[in-house]
Design a protein around this ligand. Structure first.
Ligand SMILES: Cc1cc2nc3c(=O)[nH]c(=O)nc-3n(C[C@H](O)[C@H](O)[C@H](O)COP(=O)(O)OP(=O)(O)OC[C@H]3O[C@@H](n4cnc5c(N)ncnc54)[C@H](O)[C@@H]3O)c2cc1C
Length: 478
């Protein structure tokens, strides 16, 4: 059987490669960078463990726990401390605990009496019926009120997407919210009745999903998958060109070419835009063509109206992570919980902070705490590229006001992601259609990952699992 080429050794590519190999299908994983895991990077130094990229994996689908078991990592899985469930949102320039129950919101000081009334009114707000795409900001103001947007949703959006609520599409970025309104006419009614449907589909709501990592951080997962793939993973090997051949694909890199039965692209959207895709026969110079799966051998021009260059339009704002370790006595706040989200209206420079050493043991030496803050995003993109010293200084300044931090940190690690998280902004459906068009026309080329099925780590794992099913079906019908 011809092998499958997988482009990208992030969690999507490694998940796909791992399961294809288990099914007896040979694979080669091409990775442009010098390490596996993509944006996942766990660093152990001086007794601290810094997660530069993602901090936690949310178990929103049974496929995620299954991957952990199949990789033989069940004994290394670390579930978050149940005492660390509290989430804080900053208001009046201090972190306020989010209520643990839905009714608790009515006694919380997070929202004014006016916003609480808006919540009571929400089930009676008519659903939108014209089908027009809306930003999450418009959606929330229409169904609740401006305060909800400014105090709660803005903070939440910064925590998930490092994004701008006025740009993110509710249909594309928060499809469950749009679905709750469409099906139940109300978010509150939908919360109550939707729980039964989610259970039937085997899905777990993000706010209730178990959170976990591994004893030595999230990096354990890609490292373990890569170790099981062995020589099949080729680091420092960017793929530059794909050529469709009779019965398969030629994959070109700077160091050579290889033929495969199918190709799965698991990189980023902006790198997809740079990929050259050609058809071997009947191709005029300078013209890219992809044959029609159902159509003639002469092929059809590659997207008469669209080309892969369109993927470069997808915004990935820069994000810097700032991991700081402090002596316990130098932090006034107990930091017991998941972390704090910060809405823009509060005027801080960090987007939010994860209380990393409360969530998982071994993130800091005894008597110390680790705090992971994020800077930049769509809110203040220029801040992300400040020097390491400036990032540490601005994070310390905000943490001093918010958590009563004093003195210098005893541990510092910063990391810039110049293009961090794709923004499922208004109009994003166009890119999803383009993805389907590419797959339909280019038989044997598959697209998977964070730019397609959701931006979280869990979404990427599910995307890697789903593409394996499509590839297997394709190989069987060849
Ligand atoms: C700062 C930050 C914090 C985050 N926090 C969380 C969190 O706490 N929880 C959570 O669930 N999610 C979080 N996420 C999101 C989550 O980490 C990502 O969505 C997920 O890891 C994406 O995995 P991926 O494999 O699809 O892509 P990536 O990790 O981007 O991997 C893609 C890989 O493809 C390679 N590649 C691209 N083009 C080519 C080419 N032409 N040839 C060869 N290789 C190529 C790249 O080098 C890269 O290694 C965070 C993301 C960031 C950036």
């Amino acid at each position: 059987m011809k092998s499958v080429a997988i482009i990208g050794a992030g969690i999507t590519g490694l998940t796909a490669a791992f399961y294809l190999k288990r099914k007896g299908i040979p694979v080669t994983v091409y990775e442009a960078g010098g390490h596996v895991g993509g944006v996942i990077q766990s660093i152990r130094r001086d007794g601290f463990l810094a997660e530069c990229g993602p901090n936690t994996l949310l178990e929103t689908s049974p496929k995620i726990a299954q991957l952990v078991r199949d990789a033989g990592l069940a004994s290394r899985r670390l579930d978050s401390d149940p005492k660390a469930e509290a989430r804080y949102v900053v208001r009046y320039r201090r972190p306020i605990a989010m209520p643990s129950s839905q009714l608790g919101i009515f006694t919380s000081e997070l929202l004014s009496a006016k916003a609480k009334l808006a919540l009571l009114r929400e089930p009676f707000v008519p659903r939108r019926r014209d089908g027009r795409e809306e930003s999450i900001a418009e959606f929330v103001v229409r169904r609740l009120n401006r305060e909800f947007l400014d105090q709660m949703i803005d903070a939440l959006v910064a925590g998930i997407y490092a994004g701008d609520p006025h740009q993110l599409s509710v249909q594309q970025a928060f499809p469950r919210l749009a679905e709750l309104e469409a099906r139940h006419g109300s978010l509150i009614k939908g919360q109550i009745f939707g729980a039964r449907e989610r259970k039937r589909r085997g899905e777990i709501a993000k706010d209730r999903a178990p959170k976990f990592s591994f004893d030595e951080g999230l990096q354990v997962l890609p490292d373990t998958l890569a170790a099981q793939l062995g020589d099949a993973v080729k680091l420092n090997t960017p793929v530059t060109k794909l050529t469709q051949m009779e019965g398969g694909w030629r994959v070109s890199t700077a160091t050579g070419e290889a033929e495969h039965g199918a190709v799965i692209y698991c990189g980023t959207a902006y790198k997809l835009a740079e990929l050259q895709i050609e058809r071997s026969a009947g191709l005029r110079p300078g013209e890219s063509r992809i044959p029609n799966r159902a159509g003639s051998e002469t092929g059809v021009p590659l997207y008469p109206t669209l080309d892969l260059g369109a993927f470069s339009e997808i915004r990935y704002p820069p994000v810097a992570s700032v991991v700081l370790g402090f002596r316990r006595e130098d932090v006034a706040h107990p930091c017991q919980g998941y972390g704090m989200l910060i809405p823009k209206v509060e005027g801080f420079r960090i987007l939010g902070t994860i209380f990393s050493s409360s969530l998982f043991p071994n993130r800091a030496p005894a008597g110390h705490v680790t705090l992971t803050s994020y800077v930049g995003g769509a809110r203040q993109p220029d801040l992300a590229s400040r020097s390491a010293d400036e990032l540490v200084a601005l994070a310390c300044e905000d943490l001093r006001v918010l958590l009563g931090v004093k003195g210098r940190p005893v541990f510092e690690h910063t990391m810039l992601y110049p293009k961090a998280i794709p923004q499922y902004n208004l109009g994003y459906g166009r890119y999803r259609e383009l993805i389907s068009t590419v797959e339909n026309r280019a038989a044997g080329l598959f697209l998977a990952g964070h730019y397609r099925e959701g931006v979280s780590l869990g979404d990427s794992i599910v995307s890697g699992c789903n593409v394996v099913e499509r590839v297997e079906k394709f190989l069987m019908t060849k």
